[in-house]
Design a protein around this ligand. Structure first.
Ligand SMILES: Cc1cc2nc3c(=O)[nH]c(=O)nc-3n(C[C@H](O)[C@H](O)[C@H](O)COP(=O)(O)O)c2cc1C
Length: 177
């Protein structure tokens, strides 16, 4: 069976992006999935000096984890129009271990925020950058106004729900084992 890793680009204990990534994964039909939390992978802020001291154990652990899956569902939180510091940090460390961070595997790339733009700026940045680091981005999805459109673990707006479900099917069909 195909295996997907779902996670959010956030270390908030109440991450709305983790909720969205989890919901998307729950809509997979014939694919096993795990959801991880970047809070379990804390590590120092990257610098070349830190790297000379050796790679943090959690960077090695996270990087190794990416080998174990056939694709990724990632929902990015947006801070000031870009990645959260926590996501950028783990991404930077990972890229030092393996520049091909996403291993040429399928990616469902998403973002959500409480605002009407739904994290579109971070989504655009990632959509542009991630293919250069091994992402086969199958499709993207932005969920605007999270607290209006997502309640009790699911998307409650019919149009947005239908769009996400279509995108999850498209993603799942393009995951190679
Ligand atoms: C420092 C900071 C900057 C933020 N910048 C943005 C932003 O540029 N665009 C946006 O839509 N929301 C922004 N927000 C609101 C986040 O989208 C909101 O906190 C959201 O819950 C983050 O996702 P998460 O819950 O998955 O961590 C910002 C929040 C913080 C704390």
């Amino acid at each position: 069976m195909k295996k997907i890793l779902a996670f959010a680009g956030s270390t908030s204990s109440t991450s709305i992006n983790k909720q969205l990534a989890t919901f998307a994964a729950e809509n997979l039909k014939n694919t096993y999935f795990d959801v991880i939390d970047l809070r379990d992978f804390s590590m120092p802020v990257y610098s070349s000096d830190e790297e000379q001291n050796g790679f943090p154990e959690n960077a090695i652990k996270f990087n190794a984890l990416l080998n174990n899956y056939d694709g990724f569902i990632l929902s990015l939180a947006e801070h000031n129009g870009s990645y959260t510091a926590a996501f950028k940090n783990i991404f930077d460390w990972s890229s030092r271990l393996e520049v091909n961070v996403f291993r040429e595997k399928a990616l469902l790339l998403m973002a959500t925020s409480p605002g009407a733009m739904g994290g579109r700026f971070v989504l655009a940045a990632a959509e542009q950058r991630f293919p250069r680091q091994g992402a086969k981005t199958i499709t993207t999805f932005s969920l605007p106004s999270f607290y209006d459109n997502f309640k009790e673990g699911k998307i409650v707006n019919d149009d947005l729900l239908s769009t996400l479900k279509t995108k999850v099917v498209e993603f799942e069909n393009n995951v190679n084992q």
